[in-house]
Ligand binder design. Structure first.
Ligand SMILES: C[S@@+](CC[C@H](N)C(=O)[O-])C[C@H]1O[C@@H](n2cnc3c(N)ncnc32)[C@H](O)[C@@H]1O
Length: 251
């Protein structure tokens, strides 16, 4: 049976609780911070931040779409990903796929409710959802104290390069370097990337592009470390996030 792979970059998102586990941070840790989540997907993190009084912006190319299209795409991508997980050797297939799927639907519904009110054209549009694509972000240098980027870099590399995508949509190393350079540009304090592991290996293990990305971030004045993550999604038996803190040079 093959390891997990996906035919495209999928549009589904995680709950705020899942985000907290990925980042080893609670919402309370973000109090007073200006936060960017890119890609935000249909995750409920941005809504939860605002509910907690945290100023947060979510960026994703899909934020320019109509609600009905986002709902259809989100539902299909959850279902297709679940089918791919079940027909693969992924650890998640044998652990708790029902909870995994329920969390993705919960996040999607929470996101859609929030986007309807606060997204472009909503009655209470406050600019919290922005349609844009890496490697180009429409923000000034160092606009955000904390920048988060989950389940795009590393995981959407090709299967041959330690990611999940088995099509021409797979992201290559030049894209990764341009994207982290842009994420670093808008970071005032700290940039976190997740997961920084090989998605196709059962035990995870550092993704081969962690080193070139660390070198790029260090050349931009960041201190870089990796940390084991509390995330328990079960696709790999270990998980890690990469944390880049703006050092004295860029402070
Ligand atoms: C699996 S979702 C991750 C969402 C969220 N960060 C999470 O972990 O739940 C991947 C997202 O990447 C978005 N995406 C694809 N290409 C992108 C790009 N060039 N720049 C920013 N986001 C992109 C997709 O629209 C999709 O919503």
């Amino acid at each position: 049976m093959p390891r997990l792979c996906l035919p495209r970059i999928v549009f589904f998102g995680r709950t705020a609780d899942e985000y907290a586990r990925m980042w080893n941070l609670s919402l309370a840790d973000l109090t007073g911070s200006q936060v960017l989540d890119c890609p935000c997907g249909p995750a409920s993190f941005i809504a939860a931040c605002h509910d907690a009084g945290i100023n947060a912006i979510g960026v994703d190319p899909m934020m320019g779409r109509l609600i009905d299209e986002m709902r259809r795409t989100g539902q299909k991508d959850i279902e297709d990903t679940m089918a791919a997980i079940e027909s693969s050797q992924s650890g998640l297939a044998s652990s708790d796929p029902e909870t995994w799927m329920a969390e993705k639907y919960q996040a999607l519904e929470h996101f859609l409710d929030d986007f309807r009110q606060h997204g472009p054209g909503g009655d209470a549009d406050d600019g919290r959802y922005v349609a844009a694509s890496l490697p180009n972000l429409p923000f000034a240098d160092q606009s955000f104290d904390m920048v988060f980027s989950a389940h795009l870099l590393f995981s959407d590399a090709s299967v041959e390069n330690g990611g999940l995508v088995a099509s021409s949509e797979a992201l290559d190393l030049p894209f990764h370097l341009e994207a982290v350079t842009e994420l670093a540009r808008v970071t005032r304090h700290e940039l976190r990337l997740f997961p920084a592991v090989i998605m196709t290996a059962e035990d995870g293990g550092p993704h081969p592009w962690v080193d070139p990305i660390r070198e790029r971030l260090q050349s931009l004045g960041f201190d870089v470390r990796t940390e084991s993550s509390d995330d328990d999604e079960g696709l790999t038996t270990s998980n890690a996030l990469l944390i880049a803190s703006r050092g004295a040079v860029g402070a």
